[in-house]
Design a protein around this ligand. Structure first.
Ligand code: ADP
Ligand code: MG
Length: 502
């Protein structure tokens, strides 16, 4: 558990955060009906009598949704309840034809478990309270709905009504906005890795409600406000930070915090109260008489377990064990299944696990960020190409600096992707030759250059002799500059040391 360090205090207050995440499960049909869950269809073309709550229609549980919930439970080390109950959550809203939402209340299908992740290089673990199955509601359309005889009007699209959701609830274990965002990111990685959710945040397949309160250290938990429906990690940080400061302002001005549901406006960066928050008893929960208890036999759990992929955590542990990578690097390399298998393949070609990890987490990630492109995109060097480049670092042909130039060149020459290692190596060699990046290996020439550098930097030499270590780095820098980055830095280091000692 992460306990709040004093450095996490904001203006003398401790921040407490808990998340509820709605994960849309990747089934073809809805949770209690056979209608399609496909995104983007014409409004109201994918809602059947069950979704519309027509009299006489009855819900039937979708087995695929249950299996996805079981997979999730196993992946987070939770208890998968052998018997759980569907309940009616009663409220009135135009997008809810039945007047209630089918959800789980007292006995959810997944109980407990935890999610681990890094904030910077600090490991964190957040405990889960539960994950329960429920149906999504429809959607009110105000701007782009053409109604009766084509007139502009508001309307309801019930295509989304009945879409299967897994709502995942944490304990209030988080203490900073970035912690909440990194938890959400880790959860997103996990559900996409498992294949139980498509992870598309723009389309609403993964949305977070962030509960925030503040308190003086040692005081009881403060009253929370719940920021609804955040669908980007950036918004989680912005909305939470705004909310924290707003609550502290209120308290500092002598006002009490009212429990409320708030909305985040990405245009202004502000949160605003939408309604005062209902308590559970306002929903008049009761077991849904239309659905029998959800019974999950141990054999079913075993069958689901048998077809689950290797989990990100297990994959990361294998990177640590097999390649001697750090826990942090291993976690970063398993940020997606595609990233992890890119690494596996890269190591095959480069023969250098540590260098491969550094390049993926350094230059390659920076490039993906800059171009906003995923791994596997043709604009991003593939493992064969990057493997060829790393091979040339390993055999001493190019320095790390030279390799960076080669990499940039490889990227900017929009060539056809090279799948063949010999061809990739030839391409890398051609760049090295054209750009004159070959590392200086002739020690005679290097010695001559170093002598010149020492002569030209007498002041640094003097400072070094007087015990200033920084002066040595300055000399290395000058030497690298004089060789246009082509000298091998460790050779420069060694030779310089020898010369200065002599
Ligand atoms: P509801 O479903 O009505 O929103 P829950 O009891 O399920 O209520 O809690 C929702 C979330 O709020 C959980 O993630 C929980 O960790 C978090 N939470 C509860 N109390 C606080 C608090 N005082 N400050 C911040 N988060 C809280
Ligand atoms: Mg809530």
């Amino acid at each position: 558990m992460s306990s709040p360090a004093s450095s996490l205090m904001v203006r003398g207050y401790e921040v407490v955060i808990g998340l509820e995440t709605h994960v849309q499960l990747s089934t073809q049909s809805k949770i209690f009906s056979g209608a399609s869950t496909q995104f983007g269809a014409e409004p109201n073309t994918q809602s059947c009598p069950v979704d519309l709550a027509l009299p006489g229609s009855l819900p039937v549980m979708n087995k695929g949704a249950v299996e996805r919930a079981i997979e999730f439970g196993l992946a987070v080390g939770a208890h998968v309840a052998p018997r759980s109950i569907f309940a009616r959550k009663n409220y009135f809203y135009p997008d809810l034809p039945k007047g209630y939402q089918i959800s789980q209340y007292e006995i959810p299908v997944v109980q407990g478990g935890s999610v681990s992740f890094f904030v910077g290089d600090q490991p964190h673990t957040v405990r889960l309270v539960r994950a329960h199955l429920e149906e999504d509601a429809g959607k009110s359309l105000h701007d782009d709905f053409s109604g009766w005889q084509g007139e502009k009007s508001s309307g309801i699209d019930l295509n989304r009504a009945g879409t299967p959701l897994l709502e995942i609830v944490t304990e209030p274990d988080m203490h900073a906005s970035v912690e909440a965002a990194e938890y959400a990111r880790a959860l997103h990685t996990l559900v996409v890795w498992l294949g139980i959710c498509d992870g598309n945040m723009q389309e609403g397949s993964f949305r977070c409600d962030v509960n925030v309160s503040v308190r003086r250290p040692g005081a009881p938990l403060g009253t929370r406000r719940e920021i609804k429906n955040l669908n980007s990690f950036k918004h989680i940080v912005q909305a939470t930070d705004f909310e924290i400061n707003w609550q502290i302002d209120e308290l500092e001005d002598g006002r009490a915090i009212q429990q409320a549901t708030v909305l985040f406006n990405p245009d202004t960066g502000e949160t605003r109260a939408m309604r005062t928050k209902e308590d559970a008893h306002d929903y008049r929960y009761f077991p849904d008489p239309d659905l029998p208890p959800l019974v999950i036999a141990p054999e079913w759990v075993e069958r689901v377990k048998a077809k689950m992929p290797e989990l990100p955590r297990a994959k990361a542990e294998s990177f640590e064990r097999d390649f001697g990578l750090s826990t942090y690097d291993s976690a970063m390399l398993t940020q997606s299944k595609e990233f992890a298998s890119y690494f596996d393949e890269l190591v095959k070609w480069s023969g250098e696990p540590k260098l491969s990890a550094n390049w993926m987490l350094g230059e390659l990630s920076a490039l993906m960020n800059k171009l906003q492109l995923p791994i596997g995109d043709p604009e991003i060097p593939n493992p064969v190409e990057l493997g060829a480049l790393i091979r040339r670092i390993k055999d001493g042909t190019i320095s790390n600096q030279g390799a960076k130039t080669t990499f940039q060149e490889l990227v900017s020459r929009k060539r056809a992707e090279l799948e063949n290692f010999a061809a990739a190596l030839a391409c890398v060699d051609a760049i090295i030759a054209e750009k004159d990046l070959k590392q200086m290996s002739d020690t005679g020439e290097l010695e001559r250059i170093l002598d010149e550098v020492l002569a030209a930097n007498a002041k640094s030499v003097e400072e070094f002799r007087a015990g200033k270590d920084k002066a040595f780095n300055a000399l290395v820098g000058q030497a690298m500059k004089a060789t246009k980055g082509k000298a091998n830095p460790s050779a420069v280091n060694e030779l310089l040391k020898k010369k200065l000692a002599g």
